[in-house]
Design a binder for this molecule. Structure first.
Ligand SMILES: Nc1ncnc2c1ncn2[C@@H]1O[C@H](COP(=O)(O)OP(=O)(O)OP(=O)(O)O)[C@@H](O)[C@H]1O
Length: 225
């Protein structure tokens, strides 16, 4: 066996669950991402930080297959990421800013549907537990459109936590959360790692990144060609 087979690019902790290589994304003359590499192992959290417009959301979108990179690869558990691929959908839970909810389903119905669609064991128990954890039990019968913006963010996070996952990808999950919410989020992400999940976190909250992330990828401002 050659060295390449053991080269996990990651301090020898173990093979990376997520391996991202050479992601490049241009919009017109502007190169937003120029060959970004990163690895995330099971049980590890990696932060992506940088100023507004530096390409953090674009990077996450390319990694999860919601945007097409001009070059580069994103491989999750040995499979090239394609969000339509069932094996990828099973492993990957994503919380982006633009999370959509079913407009006619209540909070609890939405979470129940997500849990069952992903074949979560003990779906009802898991949903009730997560509802309680994110503080949405009292509004569980309401439609998403009737929630506050922070409550909607909690629902988006809850949607990721009611389903099985190996990699959690989060874009500014702390946005619109109150102080207690950010405290809860930090603890939750630490327990995700302890349970063996991998976390890829874009955040503007240095304290959250410091608390949760084992390593940080720093993006710079975009450049014109
Ligand atoms: N669809 C698009 N068409 C053209 N330009 C785009 C598109 N999407 C993103 N961009 C540009 O790419 C750059 C990076 O945007 P992106 O949203 O990835 O930044 P970010 O680091 O996530 O910013 P923020 O911290 O403000 O969330 C910006 O200059 C943005 O204008």
């Amino acid at each position: 066996m050659g060295d390449d087979a053991r080269d996990d690019g990651h301090d020898g902790v173990g093979a990376a669950l997520l391996a991202v290589r050479g992601i490049t994304r241009r919009f017109g003359d502007r190169t937003v991402l120029a060959g970004v590499d990163l690895d995330v192992a099971a049980g590890e959290a990696v932060g992506v930080v940088g100023p507004n417009g530096s390409g953090k959301s674009t990077l996450l979108r390319c990694i999860v297959g919601a945007d097409e990179a001009d070059a580069g690869t994103s491989v999750l558990a040995g499979r090239t990421v394609d969000e339509r691929e069932p094996a990828i959908r099973r492993d990957l839970a994503v919380v982006m800013d633009d999370t959509d909810f079913f407009p006619d389903l209540s909070v609890v119905e939405h979470l129940d549907l997500v849990a069952r669609a992903h074949a979560q064991h003990d779906a009802e128990e898991v949903v009730n537990g997560v509802l309680d954890e994110v503080g949405l039990t009292e509004v569980s019968g309401q439609l998403p459109s009737t929630l506050s913006s922070g409550q909607r963010r909690r629902l988006a996070l809850a949607s990721a936590f009611v389903r099985p996952r190996r990699l959690l990808v989060l874009d500014e999950p702390e946005a619109r959360l109150d102080v207690d919410g950010v405290e809860w989020l930090g603890a939750r992400l630490l327990s995700e790692k302890a349970a063996g999940s991998a976390v890829l976190l874009v955040s503007h909250d240095p304290a959250l990144v410091e608390r949760v992330c084992d390593r940080v990828v720093r993006l710079g401002p975009p450049t014109d060609d």
